[in-house]
Design a protein around this ligand. Structure first.
Ligand SMILES: [Zn+2]
Length: 350
């Protein structure tokens, strides 16, 4: 006894659904599709054989075979989706497996400039300095006038300074401070000697950048005002700072220089620690044997008088150093621009 074409279709559908329920992955689904619905598949065979049937049977069986085909195709998609959901669920279950060893979390760190600024200030705090801060948006009167930098002074050239657009009485009095020195005046206005402060902070210069110049830089400013303060105190303080920062054998060299708010003014350098002092290829000193770190000097008598202090009784010194400059030396960085590129590969080294 042979199976009727109708029974054959019903059997293919039933067997197909059963086999489908036993598939467990994408490869098994593919194999199933080829076996049942592919070119030589069992159901395809029935559809191909329709042509040999009488027209009435062909019509009825064709409809049944197409229904079976649609049902099997729909079941295939349903099974595929069910397997995908099961796979996802198992990944999620793994993700909270508390017996797995923990993944190390990336650790944050302080920016190298922050590290070096803190190192600098630690030394000055041990030497008895009070650390204070001031505004980055400053009045030109504090940034320039009160520091003996009148309007015609080259340092006031607009190419060096970021000015704000707002005008007051035809002038633009607001700027981004070009140095931390305005805080000397702001602090003296509200305090009486003895004064011993260190002022860290960002400063801004409107200028082209290169390996040793940035438009934003950090400074640490020093101000000491007391009875009997002399150049010897200036030199001794900076020498002790350099020894604590760079090691006990560091030498400090001061040479004459000019800054409008000090008299006399000096540039302060430490002896090179990267070479014997005469290597022209040395990136730290370029063969000079010295590395300049800051400007300094005795606070100008005019400034002491302008604050209402007795210039016969009080004298003082001031200094301003570039934190990036110190960091380049301490960390061996040859391009100042690397510090603020925010490249984690660079920052992670420190
Ligand atoms: Zn050198």
């Amino acid at each position: 006894m042979t199976t009727s074409p109708h029974d054959r279709v019903a059997e293919i559908e039933r067997e197909g659904l059963e086999a489908l329920a036993g598939t467990s992955d994408e490869a098994a689904l593919d194999a199933w599709r080829v076996r049942v619905l592919g070119k030589s598949g069992t159901l395809t065979g029935v559809l191909r054989g329709l042509g040999e049937l009488p027209p009435e049977d062909r019509k009825v069986l064709g409809a049944a075979a197409n229904l079976a085909k649609n049902a099997l195709e729909a079941a295939l998609e349903e099974r595929r989706e069910a397997l995908r959901r099961a796979a996802l669920a198992s990944v999620e279950a793994d993700a909270i497996d508390v017996t797995l060893p923990g993944r190390p979390a990336p650790r944050g760190r302080l920016h190298p400039i922050t590290q070096v600024r803190r190192q600098i200030l630690d030394v000055f705090e041990r030497l008895g300095f009070l650390v204070i801060e001031g505004p980055e948006v400053e009045l030109d009167s504090y940034n320039f006038d009160s520091l003996r930098i009148p309007e015609h002074h080259p340092a006031r050239d607009m190419w060096d300074t970021f000015w704000f657009d707002e005008e007051v009485d035809g002038k633009t009095p607001l700027l981004l401070r070009t140095h931390t020195s305005p805080m000397q005046v702001r602090f003296m206005e509200t305090h009486e000697p003895p004064i011993r402060v260190a002022v860290p902070g960002r400063c801004y210069r409107y200028e082209a950048t290169d390996a040793t110049h940035e438009w934003m830089l950090e400074q640490v400013e020093l101000l000491v005002i007391d009875e009997g303060v002399s150049m010897a105190n200036l030199k001794g303080t900076l020498q002790e700072w350099a020894r604590q920062m760079f090691g006990p054998s560091r030498k400090v060299m001061m040479r004459n220089s000019y800054f409008p708010f000090v008299e006399p003014g000096v540039e302060v350098a430490v002896d090179c620690f990267a070479c014997p002092g005469d290597d022209p290829s040395c990136s730290v000193c370029r063969g000079s044997g010295w590395l300049e770190l800051m400007g300094a000097g005795m606070v100008h008598r005019d400034i002491i008088e302008a604050q209402g202090y007795d210039p016969e009784r009080y004298t003082g010194f001031a200094a301003g150093m570039g934190v990036e400059r110190v960091a380049m030396v301490l960390l061996g960085v040859s391009d100042i621009r690397d510090f603020h590129l925010n490249d984690p590969r660079f920052l992670a080294q420190f």
